[in-house]
Design a protein. Structure first.
Length: 150
């Protein structure tokens, strides 16, 4: 019996929405260091994220996990989250908000909008590496993800 949430023959697909090139580069590096072969798409603004997520074959999201910053140019992370969770083909997509904000107002707003998790962005490389490892281990090793047509 297949215990893998994303299937044996399929590489997990992660979309990272992050407008800081440095943060995006470091987190992509950290995800690559986890040892799990996964496809990582980095988008630098909310509009591009919504375009990317809503494109595709029309059946479901084009990724298995969305890592979303809140403070984005143009369309905010809040707006992306609200769009994802109110769009039928996207609503089951796990969304992890990663933000520099530790405001309870922001945290509560994200959970009310349907975020699956809210993680304050770590600032030290060792903490970023540890976070990436835990995220990949949990979401692709422990959690049973919904069946999302790609």
């Amino acid at each position: 019996m297949d215990q893998s949430p994303v299937g044996e023959s399929k590489r997990p697909r992660i979309v990272l929405v992050e407008d800081s090139p440095a943060d995006a580069h470091i987190f992509r590096y950290a995800l690559q260091q986890t040892g799990m072969a996964c496809d990582i798409e980095v988008l630098d603004d909310g509009f591009k994220a919504m375009e990317f997520l809503c494109a595709g074959n029309g059946h479901g999201p084009c990724c298995d996990l969305l890592l979303l910053d809140l403070n984005l140019p143009g369309v905010s992370g809040f707006e992306v989250l609200e769009c994802v969770k109110s769009t039928s083909k996207l609503r089951m997509l796990p969304v992890i908000v990663m933000s520099g904000s530790t405001s309870y107002e922001d945290i509560d707003r994200c959970y009310q909008a349907g975020a699956n998790s809210y993680i304050p962005k770590p600032s030290q490389l060792e903490d970023i590496l540890a976070l990436a490892s835990r995220l990949v281990s949990y979401w692709f090793g422990c959690a049973k993800l919904p069946h999302l047509d790609h």
